[in-house]
Design a protein around this ligand. Sequence first.
Ligand SMILES: [Zn+2]
Length: 285
Amino acid sequence: MELIKVKENIFMVKGISGLPSKENKGFISNAYAVKTKEGWVVIDSLSTPELSKEFISLLKKKYNQPIKYLVITHYHLDHYFGASEFKKEKAVIVTHENLKNLYEEGYLDTYLENIKKLFGDIFKNVKLTKPDVTVKDRYSFKLGEKNFVVLSMTPAHTNTDIVVYLPKEKVLFAGDLVYKNRIPFIGDSFSNSKNWLNVLEKMKKMDIDVILAGHNEPLDKSAIDFTYRYISFLREEISKMKDEDIEYDKIKETLQNTEWSKYPMFKVFHNKNIYKIYNDLDFEF
Ligand SMILES: [Zn+2]
C-alpha cells in the first residue's frame, strides 16, 4: 500500500481490480484522505481492519494529525468493513441514514456472515461499526480551512450512496457511482438503475474538476458519460427485448458480445447486472 498525492492536500491509496482473494487481502478499492489544518478527513475505510490500520499509519507518517472524520460512501465491504479502526482513532463516522438502519435491523450482520462464507479468513477480524452522524439529504461540515458537503445520491449503486463534494477545490468523491473503462456493478439487491441515471444527471450539473471514485484513477467528468452509457444501454436493450417477449436466456446471450465485453469486471458483474435490471423493469412505472 502506498499513499499517492492526487492534488494539494488530497491523497489516495489505490486497490487492485478484482474480487477479494488471499493474494490481494481484500485491497480491491481506493480510499481517500483530505488534510486540513485540524486533521484528516477520510473517505471510505477499505475492506478490513488490517488494511485500515496500514492506511491510517501511512496518513500519520505523512502528517501526524488526528483523523477527525470517516465518511462511508456506501455499505459494501470494500468501503465500510475497516471502519472499526477509525472508531479507535475517535473519528466521527458519517454514513447515509439507511446504512444505520441496515446496521440496526441486523441486515449487515447477515451480509458480513455471507462475505465470510464466500471469502473466508480475510474478513475474520471485521467488526461492524455504528455510524455517529447520518445523512438524509445533505450534511455539511467545516474542518480547519476546508468545507465538506455530503450529499445523498441514493438509491443508485445501493440504498446507502453518499458523495463528498469540496466546492472550493471542485473535487467529488463519488464512491461506486462513477466508473471509466470498467463495468459498473448494478447487481446489489438495493440498486436502482433508473434513479442511478438521475443521479448521474445531477452530477453532470455540478461544478467538478476531478472525480475520485472507488475503483479508478482520478477521473474527469467524461466518466459520468461512460457510466451513463452502460446503464442506459442495458436498460434500453433489455426493455426492448422484453417488449418483444424474448426469453431471459436469449436476452442474456444477445448482450454478451458488445462493445462492453472488453472492459475489466465484465465477467464478474455483467450478467448480474442484466439479471437485476431484467427483474426491476417489471416494477417500474
Ligand atoms: Zn460498491
